[in-house]
Design a protein around this ligand. Sequence first.
Ligand code: CMC
Length: 431
Amino acid sequence: MAEPTRTAKLTIDDKVIELPIQSGSIGPDVLDIRKLYGQADVFTFDPGFTSTAACESAITYIDGDKGELLHRGYPIDQLAEKSHYLEVCYLLLYGELPTAVQLSDFVGRVTRHTMLHEQIHNFFRGFRRDAHPMATMVGVVGALSAFYHDSTDINDAWHREVSAIRMIAKLPTIAAMAYKYSIGQPFVYPKNSLSYAGNFLHMCFAVPAEDYVVNPILEKAMDRIMMLHADHEQNASTSTVRLAGSSGANPFACIAAGIACLWGPAHGGANQACLEMLREIGTVDRIPEFIARAKDKNDPFRLMGFGHRVYKNFDPRAKVMKESADEVLGLLGIENNPTLQVAKELERIALSDPYFVEKKLYPNVDFYSGIILDAMGFPTSMFTPIFALSRTVGWISQWKEMIDDPTQKIGRPRQLYTGPQRRDYPDMRHR
Ligand code: CMC
């Protein structure tokens, strides 16, 4: 961070406090309030962090008004068109696009770590058969620190590197095993001759009794879904990973915390909730009923897949996802999929409805991803696990950046206390 050249003045009663204004490479400047409490004995109040930059980061940039998403400066639509998931993983982790040699070395390293310690299989079997795959993933990823002791020392750069590669490599295996377990099929071991996306499809859909050939259309679509979910700045789950990591917790525990946060329907769980909503709507003629419910202040219902804290324009990931949905469904010959018809009409109506227009509620990444995953044969319960395995690289990159940041401290927000003031403990008979 460069030395600040401007300051802001804050007047509290008759005291004037000068706050440095810091500038990034792009995006809004930030008021540096780190010394505010010491100088003025006040905290700032910002539930939900709507106006708070919690860290310095050089990984991902979002311009919510323009609807722009950059990874290390590269626009997501260019990456989606020209790159592939593992190359984007390299970019996020190391800051630059790889040369051919660097890429092949990285792909080789990830590929050699796709298997899980065999004893982890026993761990899966302890879950109830009907467990949600996200529940299984939170548990199994957290448990990795009990298996890979040689990569849990956060102060050792090599440990950090190995744990990063291990998690990028093993998350698809864990997600696929969670799925196989939930449907009562045998686990399928990774096949390292396949691509990252192809291997994931293989582990989900192959069975020992038959040969499974990865469909290249679905492989490409899977890779693109992974790429579009790879990182997204300081969202709730990434901030959770950073907060967990700020205490010095090991990387496997931090990623398990991120997965737990992602599960919520306001965040990664929205893809499952969205497809279930589209199915519940069922036919185009029922859309007005659901739009009315979304607008009703007394109804907690929200249109899933719409709205975003940062985007006040089209989510650029949703644009690419929509193209992919058209492509995949067209190539699979199911373009008349009723869910897609409902989604398209819902989008059209919502984008012209004053409520959604005024509040700048546009479709987000979760609006179309479920339609593609459904067409591929995934049950809705697997949508969020796929988001989680794709986001792992973003979480890890942000966690590594935080550990390397010399200004990093344990995350410890304060509060505006509104509870009772000091009072004496009464005996039971006086309550
Ligand atoms: N349907 C109906 N109304 C909505 C919606 C929606 N999907 N989203 C926001 N609003 C309204 C909200 O009621 C509020 O109205 P008012 O100002 O009258 O009180 C206004 O828009 C602002 O909403 P907010 O909840 O204050 O905004 P937020 O930034 O805190 O929430 C959000 C962002 C994504 C949680 C929210 O838009 C939402 O719940 N969307 C549906 C769930 C969803 O699709 N989540 C995926 C997000 S993208 C992927 C990811 O992050 O994982």
